[in-house]
Design a protein around this ligand. Structure first.
Ligand code: ZN
Length: 220
C-alpha cells in the first residue's frame, strides 16, 4: 500500500496520533485533517498542528463550528460539566460526530486522490458512543462508496484494542515517548500526562499503567 494515499482524522490526542504513526508506516502519502468545532481548548488544535509539523505531515484544519450550533455539549461548552451518569451517554457525546467527520474526511480525501481513511475510533472503550462501533464504520464505508462512487477503505487500527494495547501499539511504532509527551487527551487542556483528574486522564493513565506493568514484566 506504499503507493497509496491516506487521510487520517486527527485531533492531536493519543489515539489519533497513534493512528497517524500507523498510517505513515502503511502508506506512502499521508495527510491529516483536524476538525475545529470550538473545543473547550483551542490548545487541542495547536497541539495537532505542532505534531503534524514535527512529523512532516500535510495538515488541514476544517471549520466545523456548526456542530456546536447543532448539539451543544460538554466538549464545546464550558458551562456544561463533564459528567457521566450510570447507563447514560457521557455529556461529552456529540450526536453524529464521527458520521460527520468521516463524511467530510471522505470528500476531502477523494479530492486529493486518497481512498484510504484512517480513524482512531474504538469499540472496546466506546463509552456507549454509537458511532464508534465497528458495525457503524462498516455501514458508513458502504454508504460513502455508494455516495461518491469511489472505493474508500476506512481503517480502524484501534477498533478492538483496550487503552493498554493502544500504548503497546504506539511502542511498537516507535512512538511511545513522543505520544506520551506531545499529545493532548485531557479535558482540562494539559498536554502529556494531563491533569490526572478528569475522565479522559483517568482512562489514559489506567491504560498507561497497565501497559507499563506489562512491559516491566516482559523485561524482568
Ligand atoms: Zn485531565
Amino acid at each position: 500500500m506504499k503507493q497509496e494515499k491516506a487521510v487520517v482524522v486527527f485531533s492531536g490526542g493519543q489515539d489519533s496520533t497513534t493512528c497517524l504513526y500507523w498510517a505513515r508506516k502503511q502508506f506512502g502519502d499521508v495527510a491529516a485533517i483536524t476538525f475545529d468545532y470550538q473545543q473547550r481548548h483551542n490548545l487541542e488544535i495547536e497541539c495537532a498542528r505542532q505534531i503534524a509539523e514535527e512529523l512532516g505531515v500535510e495538515h488541514t484544519v476544517l471549520d466545523m463550528s456548526l456542530l456546536n450550533q447543532l448539539a451543544p455539549n460538554a466538549l464545546t461548552r464550558t458551562d456544561i460539566p463533564i459528567a457521566q451518569e450510570d447507563g447514560q451517554l457521557p455529556s461529552t457525546f456529540v450526536d453524529g460526530r464521527n458520521l460527520l467527520f468521516l463524511s467530510f474526511a471522505a470528500v476531502f480525501a477523494k479530492q486529493r486522490g486518497a481512498r484510504h481513511l484512517v480513524t482512531g475510533v474504538c469499540e472496546t472503550d466506546f463509552s456507549g458512543y454509537p458511532d464508534c462501533r465497528d458495525a457503524f464504520i462498516k455501514s458508513l464505508n458502504v454508504t460513502l462508496n455508494l455516495a461518491m462512487d469511489y472505493p474508500f477503505v476506512i481503517h480502524t487500527p484501534l477498533m478492538w484494542l483496550n487503552k493498554a494495547e493502544t500504548w503497546k501499539l504506539a511502542d511498537e511504532l516507535g512512538a511511545f515517548d513522543y505520544i506520551r509527551e506531545k499529545t493532548l487527551t485531557c479535558y482540562n487542556g494539559i498536554k502529556g500526562d494531563g491533569c490526572g483528574e478528569c475522565p479522559a486522564c483517568k482512562l489514559r493513565k489506567a491504560g498507561l499503567e497497565a501497559y507499563l506493568r506489562e512491559r516491566g514484566e516482559v523485561k524482568a
